[in-house]
Design a protein around this ligand. Structure first.
Ligand code: PMP
Length: 397
């Protein structure tokens, strides 16, 4: 249950809060905080460089972090590139893949993408003269797969789609999209920022070419994220960030690249954060990702039940097969005002467009309020949310 877990999270003990903004970032358990402190107090040195013991220890711990992440998603450790986060992963990839594109090529994304899976492709498309196409969303808040089957064709070079929408909670049919992309020889990228923290992920099963996610949304620290890529894809791909640590040999004129994953990890990496992320994964594995998923499903169902009883509330997202969040609007009240009253009641939610402006435009919405849940949340948190919304209605009517 959620309650017994709360004691692991110092912030949730120190502050009286119903923290329901987990899709933005999650709180950190003491185990993760302690792993970072331990690293700085007992193991801190740069990696890959020193012959001395301390540097070798840090290097080993950093390599083990790659291994832990790899096992977590069913990959090989040389297929795990540490980045700053999902945004960084997609940008790095977009810059590298840009070199494989030519004028008239097509990139397919969807109407429910986070801005970080839209703007890098807009920029790349502009630079090379490629066309950016959007898989539309049905009135049931799902990808229109019939349209997707027409949009993805022999002109398509890249398909990049969110696994779990950070606004609607929709879980997209990745396997089907992967098969579709591969049928036409296109590369498929999955934005796993919301799915990796909430469900068991097996990249071999999904058969995606790339997967991007962030540590801070899965009880890990900020400043660390992952770009997974199939080894064969990564080996063929040129890096897009250059400097120390990513080379084999350098002359005045040229350089050769280091092996994977170093080739894509130029500069001193976020060592402590990588070690913190590995600890976060151990924390989640200890619970079990199936349990994490079920807990999110239960809370979301409960929130749907409780919130739908409030008059004038409109809930977005599919009825079933959805992730651990709920976006809504209260008739006649601006989302910012709802969240301000909730704030006064100690309930932290997100208001606005949640970095999904094209999605909000699709449904002709200015914005919405989003409550998103994680392992430590309870039905009491949701009761507090429902009560806060009722109060907001009374005050603002
Ligand atoms: N994609 C999705 C679906 C997200 O929810 C987020 C974070 N809100 C991102 C990408 C970007 O993640 P980050 O800010 O950690 O780079």
């Amino acid at each position: 249950g959620g309650n017994s877990m709360k004691k692991d999270f110092p912030l949730l003990t120190n502050i009286d809060i119903a923290y329901l903004d987990n899709a933005s970032t999650t709180q950190k358990p003491k185990q993760v905080i302690q792993a970072i402190v331990d690293f700085y107090e007992n193991s801190n040195a740069n990696v890959h460089r020193g012959i001395y013991n301390l540097s070798q220890k840090a290097s080993l711990m950093y390599a083990e972090a790659h291994e832990t992440v790899a096992k977590f998603i069913g990959a090989n450790e040389d297929e795990i590139i540490f980045t700053k986060g999902t945004t960084d992963s997609i940008n790095i990839l977009a810059q590298s893949l840009k070199k494989t594109l030519k004028e008239g090529d097509e990139i397919v994304i969807s109407e429910m993408e986070h801005h970080s899976n839209i703007i890098p492709w807009q920029q790349v498309a502009k630079e090379v003269g490629a066309r950016l196409k959007y898989i539309p969303i049905t009135d049931k808040f799902e990808l229109d797969m019939d349209k997707a089957k027409k949009l993805i064709n022999k002109k398509t070079k890249i398909v990049s789609v969110v696994h779990m929408s950070n606004t609607l909670g929709t879980i997209n049919p990745i396997k089907e999209l992967t098969e579709l992309a591969h049928k036409f020889g296109a590369v498929i990228i999955i934005d796993g920022a919301q799915s990796v923290p909430h469900m068991p992920i097996d990249v071999r099963g999904l058969d995606c070419d790339f997967l991007a996610f962030s540590g801070h949304k899965m009880v890990g620290p900020t400043g660390i994220g992952v770009l997974y890529g199939k080894r064969a894809r990564l080996e063929k791909l040129d890096p897009s960030v250059f400097g120390g640590g990513m080379i084999k040999e350098v002359t005045k004129e040229a350089a050769t690249w280091a092996d994977l994953p170093e080739k894509f990890e130029a500069g001193t990496p976020a060592i402590a954060q990588a070690i913190g992320l590995a600890e976060a994964i151990r924390y989640l594995e200890n619970i079990g990702m199936k349990k994490v998923f079920v807990h999110g499903q239960k809370l979301t169902k409960y929130a749907q039940e409780q919130l739908s009883q409030i008059e004038g509330i409109e809930i977005f997202g599919p009825e079933e097969n959805r992730g651990s969040m709920i976006a809504f609007n209260v008739k006649g009240i601006h989302p910012h005002d709802v969240s301000e009253i909730l704030n006064q009641k100690g309930v932290a939610v997100r208001a606005g467009n949640h970095c999904t402006m094209p999605l909000h435009n699709r449904f002709e919405l200015q914005g919405s309020t989003r409550a998103s849940f994680y392992i430590y949340n309870t039905e009491e948190d949701i009761d507090r949310l429902a009560k806060g919304i009722r109060t907001a209605k009374e005050i603002l009517k």
